[in-house]
Every structure is written in structure tokens, then in C-alpha cells.
Design a protein around this ligand. Structure first.
Ligand code: SF4
Length: 265
């Protein structure tokens, strides 16, 4: 009997960090460098899009830092939509610039399908979020507001929940991750399978991580410039990231290699 062909592997999200600049300095964030950060050039971004075009994935997620503070945010966004027209376009933002700059809000409504907004006391953006979310929802955009529970008061939590009820935005919460807050180390029995075929994060220098949580700059697995980049995206993972030891989202696959020996994962 002929075995049915397995569906080919498709990555859920390719996430490109176009800047490490940000207009906030959240304590829990390891990805941004405030005003000291740097922007990815338009030319480099175009080359990264070319490399990503060789990999099957569903969503292109533009992130930072705060991507809307990139001086070429509009041009980068439109270029991505033109070069990868069949991908769902996702923007990760704190919405502060969008509330203050009509042109950037217009570009966002023109290009992006989904807008993911971090909103809590650390981001300090309740007013801006309240202003921008109804406009994005009126334009038919999917809006997801993410609050870190350790960084939001119960009254603000209620306020954000009410905004989502009124507008049809989605409110999700999570616990602080990305940082060591004194929690015990994970036992790391096997490689983490949580992000299998989920996220490819591309850093500003083209280095890649197959997990959104992985600590940047220290343990990149490969780069978009590698000749066999497209193969490496789906190759078995054989090592923990350094940050897996303290990651709140560690999910033990029980295997020393994923996905090759992860049977049915
Ligand atoms: S443990 Fe955390 S950092 Fe490591 S792969 Fe899993 S989700 Fe990513």
C-alpha cells in the first residue's frame, strides 16, 4: 500500500527586525536599544526579502525595536508587500508613532493585515492604543493586543479588555519572558519543540533564530546569507539556545534532536 505523501514543511512566520531603535525602554525587552539602536538599510532589507522568497512561509512579520520609528518604514513596508504579495503582512508595534503620525497610520492601513500591539505599564501607551485600535478595526484589520501580566495593573487590564470588547480586537496576556527573573533553571530533558516550524527570526545583520524568544546576537544558528539557508530553516535542531535554560515557554520534546526524530510532531 502506498503511504500518503506528508505535506511539505511550511513555516508559519518569518520575522524581520528592521531596527533596534525604539521610542520606549521597557525593562523586559532584550530586542531594542532605545535611541542608540540602528536601522536596517532598504537595500539590505530588499536582499533579505529575496532570500526569504526561497522559503515557504505564511506570514511576514515586520518587527524591531519599534519598526515605525525606522525612517524608511513606509518604503520598507510597501516593498515587502510588492515582493511577497501572497504572504499575510503582520506589524509588531507599540502604536505610539501611529497615534501621532497620520502618514504612518495610513501606510499601516494600506499594507498590513494584522497589527500586534504590546500594551502595558512598561509600554506606557494606553492613550495611543485607545486612539489607534478603533481606526485599525474600522479599516478591517486584525488587531491583537498583548499585555505582560507582571507589567500591568488590574485597572489597566480591565481598560484594555473593555477596549477589545468594544472594537473586536483580541487581547492576549503572557508572563514576562526573554529575561531571567530568578526563576529556577529548566531541566532541559529534550530539545524544545514549541516553535517547530513556527518562527524564523531574522536579525538586523541577517543572523537567524528558529524561535522568537531566543536571545539575540549570542547563539544564532545560521544566516540568511548561507548558500543552504533554505535547507537550514527546516533542518533538525540539535542544540538548545542558551536562553532555553531560563525560558518560561520551554516545551520538552523528549528528543535530543527535533524535528527529525520527533515522530509525528
Ligand atoms: S525553550 Fe524558549 S527559547 Fe528555547 S526554543 Fe523553546 S521557546 Fe525558544
Amino acid at each position: 500500500m502506498t503511504r500518503p505523501l506528508l505535506p511539505s514543511r511550511v513555516l508559519k512566520t518569518a520575522k524581520v527586525k528592521i531596527t533596534t531603535k525604539c521610542n520606549r525602554s521597557c525593562d523586559f525587552c532584550i530586542f531594542a536599544d532605545g535611541a542608540q539602536g540602528e536601522n536596517m538599510s532598504l537595500e539590505l532589507f530588499a536582499r533579505i526579502l529575496e532570500r526569504l522568497g526561497t522559503v515557504p512561509f505564511r506570514q511576514l512579520h515586520i518587527n524591531g525595536g519599534e519598526p515605525t520609528v525606522h525612517r524608511d518604514f513606509a518604503a520598507l513596508s510597501r516593498l515587502a508587500a510588492i515582493r511577497l504579495p501572497d504572504r499575510v503582512m503582520v506589524l509588531g508595534t507599540n502604536a505610539i508613532t501611529l497615534a501621532r503620525n497620520q502618514r504612518l497610520l495610513d501606510v499601516t492601513r494600506e499594507v498590513y493585515d494584522q497589527i500586534l500591539i504590546g500594551c502595558d505599564d512598561e509600554h506606557g501607551n494606553y492613550d495611543e492604543v485607545a486612539q489607534v485600535v478603533p481606526l485599525l478595526r474600522q479599516a478591517g484589520k486584525t488587531v491583537v493586543i498583548n499585555s505582560v501580566l507582571e507589567a500591568i495593573s488590574s485597572s489597566h487590564l480591565d481598560q484594555v479588555a473593555a477596549l477589545c470588547d468594544r472594537t473586536g480586537a483580541i487581547h492576549v496576556t503572557n508572563h514576562v519572558h526573554h529575561i531571567d527573573v530568578g526563576q529556577p533553571e529548566n531541566r532541559l530533558g529534550g530539545l524544545c519543540a514549541r516553535y517547530l516550524d513556527q518562527h524564523l527570526m531574522v536579525e538586523i545583520d541577517g543572523s537567524c533564530y528558529r524561535c522568537f524568544n531566543a536571545m539575540a546576537k549570542e547563539d544564532s544558528e545560521f544566516t540568511v546569507w548561507d548558500d543552504d539557508f533554505a535547507t537550514k530553516v527546516f533542518s533538525p535542531r540539535t542544540q538548545h539556545y542558551q536562553f532555553c535554560l531560563k525560558c518560561h515557554e520551554y516545551a520538552d520534546s523528549g528528543h535530543q534532536m527535533v524535528p527529525a526524530s520527533a515522530g509525528g510532531a
